[in-house]
Design a protein around this ligand. Structure first.
Ligand SMILES: [Zn+2]
Length: 397
């Protein structure tokens, strides 16, 4: 069978807990919503370089060595050289994914290099990498096609890219750029089998003796009849936060079907980290689930739960800022936003509500670190808040 993107989506849809929705009502997704996303895509390259940090474009992740915070060692590894950093916590990382029919990966091997999904160091010279656009704008069309195929491979025959997203590879990159701890976020996609990222990743981390540095998040599917039971068990096993991905799990975050999960989080004192906002590269049918206004009901109705919007709302950041201003239980993960928007978040939301996250292995850890170092240069208190203190407060670590 020739598997194009449409038949792949059909296959995934039929395998998951619900079938794919055919369409949404316009209150859920209007033409204006679609237009706003398109406008964001169109305008960001024109805006890049015109903000307070000027042009910040590099060749590959290794090109970041041009910044005063990094250098390339003799082996060509990018290293952070800033001495007075706090013990950095990355609240948003993942390991290699194998799901559904794909064979399990060996997550305990060290490989010669990490193939990030945006494999910016995979070519010479490295890919053009701009710190002043939303991160995924750095994917070329060919890069996006490769990303989609690697998702297919992760579901069916196994991905060679994902095979480099291992525990020792992540730890080595963390060492090189001085990140002390990372929170590993699995996603329960709702597949009928082969949906055990939490168990697989927790097992690999435990066997590698890395539990002190790689902290577990948990995930449950909101429509899993055992969601509450599983969540309670994961929390008892030490999971620090619940990851929910509205587009990946195909639910609206303000839907009553999610209430038992939020109630359980409140009872357990477990924060929730959402994939927040439209990334713009997800399949179109799933974009309504990530629309920023659909998160507000959860923030409003569950004031006792701390919510993190990862990616600070992604391409819907303009809608995420007022929500973070209105609801004191909302935090923003900074991953993805360019330096101009990042400085806007500090000004308009406050550094005390921002959390450092990298979305590794999508990008090199240094990609987000470079942006935070740029916007907090000369402001050590803000730097400490974003890189460490806020995560400490949120996760009680
Ligand atoms: Zn992520």
């Amino acid at each position: 069978m020739k598997l194009d993107r449409r038949s792949f989506l059909k296959l995934v849809g039929s395998a998951s807990i619900v079938a794919l929705p055919g369409c949404h009502d316009s209150a859920r997704y209007s033409e204006a919503d679609a237009a706003a996303l398109e406008r964001h895509w169109r305008e960001e390259h024109a805006r890049s370089g015109t903000g307070p940090y000027g042009v910040q474009r590099f060749r590959g992740y290794r090109g970041l060595a041009e910044l005063p915070y990094f250098e390339l060692d003799p082996a060509g590894t990018l290293r952070c050289t800033v001495d007075d950093l706090p013990e950095i916590v990355d609240i948003h990382a993942h390991l290699g994914m194998s799901l559904f029919l794909a064979p399990e990966l060996d997550l305990e091997v060290r490989t010669p290099r990490v193939r990030h999904y945006l494999d910016c160091d995979g070519t010479t010279p490295g890919c053009a990498f701009d710190l002043d656009v939303y991160a995924n704008a750095n994917f070329s069309d060919a890069g996006l096609r490769a990303l989609r195929w690697s998702v297919v491979a992760q579901l069916l025959w196994g991905s060679r890219v994902a095979a480099t997203h291992t525990v020792p590879n992540l730890l080595a990159e963390m060492d090189a750029v001085r990140i002390a701890q990372a929170v590993i976020l699995p996603i329960a996609f709702g597949l009928p089998f082969g949906d055990e990222l939490y168990e697989r990743w927790r097992g690999a981390i435990t066997r590698a003796g890395a539990r002190g540095r790689l902290l577990m998040g948990a995930s449950v599917h909101p429509r899993d009849p055992l969601a509450v039971e599983k969540l309670t068990r994961y929390a008892a096993e030490g999971a620090l936060i619940l990851k929910l991905h509205p587009a990946g799990q195909r639910f609206f975050p303000d839907s009553p079907e999610v209430a038992p999960v939020y109630e359980t989080c409140e009872a357990l004192g477990l924060p929730v980290i959402f994939h927040g906002g439209r990334a713009g590269i997800e399949p179109e049918y799933s974009q309504p689930f990530n629309l920023i206004r659909h998160y507000e009901g959860a923030f409003r109705d569950f004031p006792g739960v701390q919510f993190v919007l990862a990616h600070a709302g992604a391409r819907d950041v303009a809608g995420a800022i007022p929500l973070a201003q209105r609801y004191p239980n909302v935090w923003l993960g900074v991953h993805g936003q360019g330096v101009t928007v990042l400085s806007q978040l500090i000004d308009e939301v406050g550094a005390q509500r921002l959390l450092f996250g990298t979305d590794w292995p999508f990008y090199h850890l240094a990609a987000t670190l470079a942006k935070v170092l740029l916007v907090t240069d000369g402001r050590p208190e803000l730097r400490n808040d974003i890189l460490r203190a806020n995560a400490e407060r949120l996760l009680a670590i």
